[in-house]
Design a protein around this ligand. Structure first.
Ligand code: ADP
Length: 270
């Protein structure tokens, strides 16, 4: 436990090697605490839809004589089941990105292809929400990493931009080079995020408006996944927003130049 570790630290002061060991212990305790928090959060988040489905199933049994009521309950059960399935998918996705390093099967990635793919994944959602997704011209820039993970990250940003915007607004995606970094920005004209909340949006399970997020099926894990993928690629994700003024999320990734070659094991990548 934490007390024991603090004791070890105090007892070991002056002994460089032992102090290092104590530091490792502290880190191990912290990792364990994070893991325990995560499991507690997951259990809590799963209980809500599972509870709702159980209740609906019981009520449906009581209403067996009334076909209209049965149909209504069945529809609500489907909504809850979709929500549950989305949540489970996001939990699996987060453990997947946390468990593997992007760089194990990394390769040169054309960022324009990632943008195209992520936009395509959201095409039906954008159409259904009556939101125009506009991509600025092609950049011809490359990064080094996992194209599937980068597509997931960008797709999460685009799907959020659509989710938190009103119909007939626009989501703009642009790519540019800044120093040695490739910057991909997703800008919306949506509801925006207040300053206090902005600092917390990358936390796991954080949602500004739980009620609204519930109706949109949000899990609060999308941005935690994006952050993990960005960091894993040696980059970062940042957010700019003002309540009522829309938001801009920017992925910054180290650029891989056209003439650069990278050697991974026995493979040379150009
Ligand atoms: P969720 O599945 O709830 O969208 P995320 O981790 O993707 O989870 O986002 C966390 C919270 O940040 C959201 O619930 C929402 O309140 C806020 N948020 C994320 N993207 C945007 C955006 N583009 N505009 C406004 N709010 C956003």
């Amino acid at each position: 436990d934490t007390d024991a570790v603090i004791d070890v630290r105090i007892g070991a002061l002056g002994e460089h090697g032992v102090l290092l060991l104590a530091d490792d212990l502290t880190r191990a305790v912290r990792v364990e605490e994070t893991r325990r928090d995560f499991v507690a959060n997951v259990s809590h988040e799963l209980k809500t839809p599972v509870g709702a489905i159980t209740l609906l199933a019981e009520t449906m049994e009581d209403a067996a004589e009334d076909p209209d009521a049965v149909r209504r309950f069945a529809e609500r059960m489907q909504t809850e089941t979709r929500r549950l399935s989305h949540l489970v998918q996001e939990i699996i996705e987060l453990s997947r990105v946390q468990g593997s390093s992007a760089l194990t099967d990394a390769e040169p990635v054309e960022i324009d292809e990632v943008v195209e793919e992520a936009v395509a994944l959201n095409r039906n959602f954008a159409l259904g929400s009556n939101i125009e997704v506009a991509v600025g011209g092609s950049s011809g820039l490359r990064v080094f990493g996992s194209s599937s993970m980068l597509t997931t990250a960008l797709s999460n940003l685009i799907s959020n931009a659509i989710t938190y915007s009103d119909p007939r607004t626009r989501v703009g995606i642009s790519v540019r080079r800044d120093g040695g970094m490739v910057e991909v920005s997703v800008k919306d004209q949506g509801i925006g995020i207040a300053k206090d909340h902005l600092e917390r949006v990358f936390e796991r399970f954080f949602r500004v408006d739980r009620a609204r997020s519930r109706s949109t099926g949000g899990s609060g894990l999308g941005l935690a996944i994006v952050k993990h993928i960005a960091t894993d690629h040696g980059g970062e994700v940042t957010a700019w927003s003002m309540k009522g003024q829309g938001s801009t999320f920017t992925l910054r990734l180290p650029e891989m130049g056209r003439t650069e070659t990278i050697t991974v094991g026995s493979r040379t990548l150009e």
